[in-house]
Design a protein around this ligand. Sequence first.
Ligand SMILES: Cc1cc2nc3c(=O)[nH]c(=O)nc-3n(C[C@H](O)[C@H](O)[C@H](O)COP(=O)(O)OP(=O)(O)OC[C@H]3O[C@@H](n4cnc5c(N)ncnc54)[C@H](O)[C@@H]3O)c2cc1C
Length: 423
Amino acid sequence: MTSRMIVIGAGLSGLMSALALAEAGLRPLLLAKGYGTTYWTGGTIDLLASRRYPNMPLHTALTHLIVAQPEHPYARMELDGIAAAVDRFRTLTKAAGYPYVGGLERNVVLPTALGALRPTALLPATMAAGDVRLGGEILIAGFHELRDFFPPMAAANLQAQHIPARGVYLTLPDGYQRHDYSPRSFALWFEQPNFRQAIGQQLRTLRGTATRIGLPAVLGLRDPLGVVNDLQQISGAQIFEIPTLPPSVPGMRLMNIFHQAITVAGGRIQIGSEVRRGLGAEGVLTHIFSEAAAREQRHHVAACVLATGGIAGGGISTDFRGTVHETALNLPLHAPESRQAWFASRFLHTEGHPIFSAGVPTDDQFRPLDSTGHVVYANVMVAGSALLAGDPVEDRAVSGLALTTGWHVGTLLATSLPAQLAT
Ligand SMILES: Cc1cc2nc3c(=O)[nH]c(=O)nc-3n(C[C@H](O)[C@H](O)[C@H](O)COP(=O)(O)OP(=O)(O)OC[C@H]3O[C@@H](n4cnc5c(N)ncnc54)[C@H](O)[C@@H]3O)c2cc1C
C-alpha cells in the first residue's frame, strides 16, 4: 500500500499545513476527530499582543520575543517565516472574496460582543470598520432572537471606556420568525436581498449621528463583503461585524475556503477520524490508526504533521490524577508535574496558568523530541497549539502561532522529503 502525507487536525495549523502540502503536489490526507476551534473563535488572527511588549509596532514586539526566547516557534521561523505565512493566508482569503486586512505592522483594537476591547493582527475586511481608533459614534445593532449578543450592554461597556456608542435591537422582517435561531440561519438570511433591504432601512432610521454600525458577525456565508457593501449603501454608515459566541460564522467561512483550496490542489479532508495511536520503527513513523465505523483504519505514513491543538482542541488531554498526555501519537510533553501546579491561584493571573504552556518539545525543524533531546520520529513535524511555545494564551498568540507554524511546517516538510515518499 502507498504511504501518504498525513496531517492530523483540522484547525488553522492543520489546514495551513495541508494547503502547503497540497500546493506542493503531495496530495495530503487530513484526518481530524472534528472541526477545529475555527468554529468557536471570532475569525481574527492574533499574532502577538503580549503585555511584555506594550506600545510598539507588532514586528518590533515579535523581534523582541524572537531574541528573548530563541526556542520559541516564532524564533525558529524568524520574522520572514511569519510574514510568508501571513502573506499566503491573505492571498488565499482575498482570492476567495473574503479578504483579510492587517499584518505585522500593528495590532487593530476591536470591540467584542460584550463591549470589551481586544487587539488583533489580522481581521476579515468585514470587521475593519470596527477599529475603535477610527473615532466617531458607534451604533451597535442586534436581534433579540440571536442569543448572546446584547447591543445595549456592549454599548454601555464601550461608553465606560470613553467610546461613544449606542445599542439598539432590530426587528426581524415578516416571514422570518421561527422557533430556533442560529448564527448560520441569520447568515443565510443576510444573503437574501429582501432581508438586507429591510434591515438596511432600519439601520438608516436608527443610526442618528453614528458613522459606524457594528452588527453580529452573521452577515452572509458566501459573500460577506458584498453584504457589508450593500448594507453600507442602504444605511449610509460604515458597517462592521463583531464576533459572536460559537458557532462562529467567520470560522465556517474560513473552513469553506480551506476545504475548497485544499481539495482543488489534490488534498483530501476526512472529518470524524480520531487518531488513536501510531506505530514506528527506527525513529520513523510508519503507520497511524484512526477510528472508523466499527473498526480501526490503518494508514501508511510517508510523513506526518501533528496539528491536533492543545487542551482546547483535544490534542492534549488531562485526567484527575494530573496526567497530561498527547492524544494521537503519545508523544512526550512538557507539562506541569502535578495537578496542583496546573493553575495559578487567581483566574486573571498576570503570568498565565502553567497548564496552558503544556506542549510537545521540538527541534528547530519542528520534529518532536524525547526527554533526552533526541528526535522521536524524523518524519513527524508538530504545528499549532500542540507545540511547546511559552504561554501563547498569555501572549495572545494562539491563533497566530497556529496559522504561521502550520504553513511553515507544511512547506518545510514539502521541501525536505524525497519526492518518491509522497506519491
Ligand atoms: C472558545 C475559544 C476562543 C478562542 N479565542 C481565541 C482568541 O481570541 N485568540 C486566539 O489567538 N486564539 C483563540 N482561541 C484559540 C485558537 O483559536 C485555537 O486554539 C488555535 O487556532 C489552535 O489551532 P490549532 O490548529 O492548533 O488546533 P485546533 O483549532 O484546536 O484544532 C485541533 C484539531 O485537531 C483535531 N484533533 C485533536 N485530537 C485529535 C486526534 N487524536 N485525532 C484526530 N484529530 C484530533 C480536532 O478535532 C481539531 O480538528 C480560542 C479557542 C477557543 C476554544
